[in-house]
Design a protein around this ligand. Structure first.
Ligand SMILES: Cc1cc2nc3c(=O)[nH]c(=O)nc-3n(C[C@H](O)[C@H](O)[C@H](O)COP(=O)(O)OP(=O)(O)OC[C@H]3O[C@@H](n4cnc5c(N)ncnc54)[C@H](O)[C@@H]3O)c2cc1C
Length: 481
């Protein structure tokens, strides 16, 4: 049963008793709350896509552990073709959901950790890899949705980890015969509320003396001591009060929903611990995670979102009757150029990927192109948003509610005065889509998701071969060293 159906997943959610809070209130059932339901529905859609023969090649892979067909979200990339497919999955799921594939961070953290446990065992004679593979095989067999927890609360950014309150970083509070006890909080956790497990890895590089922060482990949803506090914003409020989700910008799957995930002395048995105190490997773990995630979440995923924005912008211009105007065509073309430039960098990152570390059989994207993909996406996404806002006109922020269209008192006015080259209903619906993308959460979300761009600029400076470039210039100038 390596691929489960969405019905199996909904049954898991029905039985789940997670400690989730939205807007100051405990959520009784994830499926009955309009905001948390979007996370469940989006995760269920990932199961459906994996069952769909049209997407089999992208959404599934062959496990190197069992030889069975498994969900690609649980696959460890073993070739550049795998990397390409992984990026394609990010693109496809964004197009289909208009929100996160909530298993994406987990997928990339699994890949990073797979390479790191290989190295720890090789260098130190530990047996993390066996333990990790046992868990992974079980996860693949049951098709568990695994979210990825990387970003710590961090507190005052000027302070070193050891100078802050230790709870600002998830850490080992106690080591027992049967496992470890962890404390702290991970923030901005995409989809963790509706995952079967969360994979936790260190959020940054560590120095000697910081061993207690070097913890990588999986934790099942609702483990004792876990609390989830979800994000809350005007879009959450709008969803709570709306009578028909069709009135919203992304009716079924909503916003990218994240939460604070608080670990209050959570017990993790040894079989779920994959790093315990090996501080010198934290940098490798986070660097490799970033390398993979920048290609997928930073690059490919946002190209899928851009496809939605570009399609909606084209429709908006058809509905208002501006498509033939040269400046509108120019803006639409520019949006494609901006998006596909990021797409090209993503493809380059996968094609130029290589085995890392040598002998592990695990493939990682090219660091230079992965960073370029993320920075290009971050920059270009704002521009795409602004062009869409231009094409859509003021209505994108001034539109009345769909309820005004349905109200017999106001409906005829809305119908009459908001008709253009298409009826008011169509215009309002596509305007809501564009409002969601241009006047909502997606600008900062895309900027910071997969890491703030300054981190990628530092990486890009580090991975660039400056000597090679200087030599090229010297040769042209016929300059002796
Ligand atoms: C929509 C969304 C989904 C996400 N999903 C996940 C997820 O599923 N799992 C997960 O683990 N994380 C997730 N993240 C977290 C994401 O990786 C972080 O937001 C990102 O790494 C930036 O961290 P931060 O938000 O703490 O911002 P900060 O680190 O506070 O950065 C804010 C600004 O301060 C600067 N800055 C930060 N520290 C320093 C410093 N020491 N010195 C100088 N400048 C500094 C940064 O460059 C940036 O300009 C998500 C984020 C978003 C927006």
């Amino acid at each position: 049963m390596a691929l489960i159906e969405s019905g199996d997943y909904y049954r898991f959610i029905e039985e789940l008793n997670a400690n989730v809070y939205v807007n100051g209130k405990k959520v009784e059932k994830l499926l009955t709350h309009p905001v948390t339901k979007t996370v469940v529905d989006a995760t269920a859609k990932i199961y459906e896509l994996a069952q769909d023969p049209r997407y089999e090649d992208v959404m599934t892979a062959t496990s190197h552990l069992s030889g069975e067909k498994v969900n690609r979200n649980l696959h460890i990339s073993r070739s550049t073709e795998d990397l390409e497919k992984r990026a394609e999955m990010a693109l496809l799921t964004s197009q289909k959901l208009g929100t996160c594939n909530y298993r994406c961070v987990g997928a990339d953290a699994l890949n990073s950790l797979a390479s790191v446990v290989f190295e720890i065992d090789r260098d130190k004679g530990t047996s993390y890899q066996d333990r990790f593979n046992r868990f992974l095989e079980e996860a693949q067999k049951n098709d568990w949705a695994i979210s990825g927890a990387v970003t710590d609360a961090k507190g005052d950014r000027q302070k070193r980890i050891s100078e802050e309150d230790p709870d600002m970083y998830v850490h080992i509070a106690d080591e027992r015969e049967d496992g470890i006890v962890v404390r702290g909080a991970k923030l901005h956790q995409s989809g963790a509320i509706a995952a079967h497990y969360t994979l936790v890895i260190p959020g940054g590089a560590l120095r000697p003396g910081e061993e207690k922060f070097a913890a990588a482990f999986v934790v099942p949803n609702s483990a004792p001591g876990l609390t989830y506090i979800t994000q809350y914003n005007p879009y959450s409020a709008e969803r709570e009060v709306c009578e028909d989700p069709k009135e919203l910008g992304n009716p079924r799957y909503g916003q990218r929903e994240t939460c604070m995930m608080i670990f209050e002395d959570v017990f993790i048995p040894w079989e779920h611990v994959f790093m315990c105190g090996e501080a010198e490997y934290a940098a490798k773990c986070i660097t490799r995670f970033a390398k993979i995630h920048r290609m997928n979440c930073g690059g490919a995923c946002k190209v899928g979102y851009a496809d939605i924005i570009i399609g909606a912008s084209m429709l908006a211009s058809e509905y208002t009757g501006t498509t033939k105007a040269s400046h509108i065509r120019e803006m639409l073309t520019e949006m494609v150029r901006l998006s596909e430039t990021a797409h090209a960098a993503t493809i380059a990152a996968s094609v130029k990927g290589r085995e890392e570390p040598e002998g592990s059989g695990i493939y990682m994207p090219d660091d230079l192109f992965g960073n370029v993909a993320k920075i290009t996406t971050a920059d270009n996404f704002w521009k795409i948003m602004s062009l869409a806002g231009d094409i859509a006109g003021g209505l994108v922020v001034t539109a009345p509610s769909m309820k005004d269209l349905k109200n017999p008192e106001t409906g005829p006015y809305v119908e009459k005065y908001l008709r253009a080259a298409a009826p008011a209903d169509k215009r309002l619906r596509i305007t809501k889509v564009l409002q969601n993308w241009t006047a909502g959460l997606h600008g900062p979300g895309t900027w910071h998701g997969a890491g703030s761009p300054q981190a990628q600029k530092i990486s890009l400076y580090r991975v660039t071969d400056w000597e090679e470039k200087k030599n090229i210039a010297r040769e042209i100038a016929e300059l002796e060293e």
